[in-house]
Design a protein around this ligand. Structure first.
Ligand SMILES: Cc1ncc(COP(=O)(O)O)c(C=O)c1O
Length: 380
């Protein structure tokens, strides 16, 4: 194992070494890190529901009734009424016939793509898709065409000359590092024309985008064949899901290895996600999120940033790895916690900021003051 030290040194030399940051509090707008209170601009708890009393109560009740673990995979004794009711709830929320829950969003993507696509098939995948989509494509052994970001004409050109058995267009709904939204109506039109399936990863859109907060298909009012999402962001829990037709879900139950060969989620996580969907429909917490996004975006634009994101994820472009890390640590010194994301995760280094519905006006104003100082210093 001597090679490990050399590899690690190489990672360090390239400025790509990853360190764990440790937060000593809940995922709230203000967190404690290294004993200091910081404004949290780096949480995917977009609606703040990890601390919602109804969500916590549901998780605690499930813990009390079912215990801490599920005891097995869904197909071998780990299934309870709780899992079935979450899947029914997701299907109702997404407006589909059925849904299936995986242990993480990552597993939902690799399990689904590898199950439905095979040798001799064609996958068209956006160059900025999440790593779990990329890994699912690789596992499937299908031919993979990576198209330039949101380049619908490239999708069409490729499909025009395709003689493949099955064709799948797969895209993030909201892109996790840029916060931009996939052009689903155009993608859908081309998919229909060339008889391709469409799969959308709504990890960052579930619970926040669209009139009923159902995700990007709801935002555009289009129908998608394969609706993938996570329970781990706005739904305040852990897990992933796919929603679609009865046949699709039945097929995934039979063929998705990440579903079949992995232990079911802890009951408390299942109950929390289900309660979060109820809160989203009953209380519409996304309304406050979008007010916060508008205030924050206005502040950034006023100080000269050019903001293309239309969502709660707003990157501040920094450039190379060193500038990214330096800017993020300056921001932290000024009282704001936001992750620096470096190449090769992204083409251009950035501080990925994201808002929560629970941020106050004061949180946002103070964060903007700190960002202004960093912007001036690094000429962002
Ligand atoms: C677009 C996208 N898809 C999938 C995932 C994976 O979801 P999870 O964290 O639930 O495994 C993420 C999460 O980070 C994501 O950003």
């Amino acid at each position: 194992m001597d090679w490990l030290a050399g590899e690690l040194a190489d990672i360090r030399d390239k400025g790509l070494y990853r360190r764990l940051n440790t937060i000593e509090s809940a995922q709230t707008p203000r967190i404690i890190k290294d004993g200091r209170e910081l404004i949290h601009l780096s949480s995917n708890n977009y609606l703040g529901l990890t601390g919602h009393p109804e969500v916590k109560r549901a998780a605690a009740e499930a813990l009390h009734k079912y215990g801490t673990g599920s005891g097995g995979s869904r197909l071998t004794g780990g299934n309870t009424d709780l899992y079935n009711s979450l899947e029914d709830r997701i299907a109702r929320f997404k407006g589909t016939e059925a849904a299936i829950v995986f242990s993480t969003g990552y597993m939902a993507n690799i399990g689904t793509i590898a199950a439905i696509m095979n040798k001799g098939d064609l996958i068209l995948s956006d160059e900025l898709n999440h790593a779990s989509i990329i890994d699912g494509c690789r596992l499937s052994r299908a031919e993979i065409k990576i198209y330039p970001h949101m380049d619908v004409s490239c999708i069409e050109n490729t499909l025009q000359s395709s003689r493949h058995r099955r064709k799948l267009i797969v895209t993030d709904g909201v892109f996790s590092m840029d916060g931009d939204i996939a052009p689903l109506p155009e993608i859908f039109e081309i998919a229909e024309k060339y008889d391709a399936m469409v799969m959308v990863d709504d990890a960052h859109a579930t619970g926040v985008m669209g009139r009923q907060c159902r995700g990007t298909a709801d935002y555009y009012n289009v129908k998608v064949d394969i609706n993938m999402g996570t329970l781990s962001k706005a739904l305040a829990s852990i897990g992933g899901y796919v929603a679609g037709s009865n046949e699709l879900i039945e097929y995934l139950r039979n063929r998705a290895r990440a579903f079949i060969y992995s232990t079911a989620l802890p009951p408390s996580a299942v109950a929390a996600a289900k309660a979060a969907i109820d809160v989203i429909e009953d209380e519409n917490p996304a309304r406050k999120l979008w007010q916060n996004v508008a205030r924050y975006r206005r502040g950034l634009t006023d100080m000269g940033f050019s903001i293309t994101s239309k969502t709660q994820i707003i990157p501040l472009i920094t450039g190379d790895s060193k500038r990214t890390l330096d800017a993020a640590s300056d921001l932290e010194r000024l009282g704001v916690y936001a992750s620096g994301i470096r190449p090769p995760t992204v083409h251009e280094g950035r501080i990925r900021t994201s808002l929560m519905a629970t941020h106050s006006e004061k949180d946002i104003n103070e964060a903007l003051d700190a960002i202004y100082i960093v912007k001036e210093k690094f000429r962002l």
